[in-house]
Design a protein around this ligand. Structure first.
Ligand SMILES: [Zn+2]
Length: 309
């Protein structure tokens, strides 16, 4: 029950807020911890860790490209005022990196989740040897990320530590279930058919965890921002023919024209299959959450690689 004095304090705060010069969003905004997250995948994971403990703002829209999305001036200001700024890092968010750096310089605590998950290098392509930021394709690395996120939000001092730890453990057990389901599902793919050709190099972590070969990518780098040359496409066509793979995986949020060109040029029959590789969808789409996204991709990969040509 709300005490009389508490009610009085609220009234006093309200009348203060209505004074000229004091009125405005800042005076009326809640004193809940405000956490800003760059990508929608990390936004969903962070929301699961926080539950009702803090407000989470996600900058990247649904069905967007994490390599290229940018923020408005208002969002940049929100980043600079956050109590914690969570980003994927390892070079993923090229369009907002300068905003992340500006917020860090302004004193906002930041968490580069990619740095906490034991990153691997790109194994292949023009960016071979550089850190691969696409760690969410491995659910066990996401489980590690959950601990890093929980630690960082607890460090803000504005949340109930016990609640956050419980939420983190609950979500980690769902990630364990996801990992077991994926292991079981991928077991249906014969080892010689475990070959991935993707739009760009997005499934390195999944390949390592579940024993796939990354044969190549339409965009020969770790980013969607570089274009393939015709000789890149030719060598990929050769690789497809040599490996005899039946499917090329494109991203649902990006143009699959080049993947289609590739499929048409290869002498073997290749299906172009759309995956939710690096963005969630709207709530009514096929990948509204990270868990739904990972399951939808595993189903599509398994169907694509076990289909009889
Ligand atoms: Zn990517």
């Amino acid at each position: 029950m709300r005490s009389h004095s508490h009610g009085g304090a609220v009234l006093a705060a309200l009348s203060l807020a209505m004074l000229p010069g004091v009125a405005g969003c800042a005076a009326l905004s809640s004193d809940r911890t405000d956490i800003v997250v760059t990508t929608n995948i990390l936004g969903d994971i962070t929301s699961n860790v926080l539950g009702d403990e803090a407000d989470v703002s996600v900058l990247m829209p649904p069905n967007a490209d994490p390599h290229s999305f940018g923020v408005s001036a208002q969002e940049a200001a929100e980043m600079a005022e956050a109590e914690l700024l969570i980003y994927n890092g390892l070079g993923l968010e090229e369009g907002v990196l300068h905003n992340v750096e500006a917020a860090a310089e302004a004193g906002v605590p930041t968490l580069e989740v990619g740095a906490a998950i034991d990153p691997i290098d790109y194994a292949e392509g023009e960016t071979a040897g550089e850190d691969d930021p696409h760690f969410w394709t491995d659910p066990l690395r996401v489980a590690t990320a959950v601990d890093a996120i929980a630690d960082a939000v607890i460090d803000t001092g504005g949340v109930d530590e016990e609640v956050v730890r419980d939420n983190a453990e609950d979500y980690q057990s769902r990630l364990e279930d996801l990992h077991e389901d994926l292991t079981e599902q991928f077991a249906a793919i014969p080892s010689e058919q475990r070959a991935l050709i993707t739009n760009h190099h997005v499934f390195g972590y999944l390949a390592e965890r579940y024993d796939f070969d990354v044969i190549g990518a339409v965009f020969p780098s770790g980013t969607t921002l570089a274009s393939p040359s015709s000789s890149d496409l030719q060598s990929l066509t050769d690789a497809i023919e040599e490996a005899g793979v039946g499917a090329v995986f494109a991203d649902s949020s990006q143009n699959d024209r080049l993947a289609q060109v590739l499929a048409d040029e290869a002498d073997v029959h290749v299906e172009v299959i759309s995956l939710y590789s690096e963005s969630l969808t709207e709530a009514d789409g096929g990948a509204p959450t990270y868990l739904a996204m990972a399951r939808a991709n595993a189903e599509a990969i398994t169907a694509g690689l076990t289909a009889t040509p």
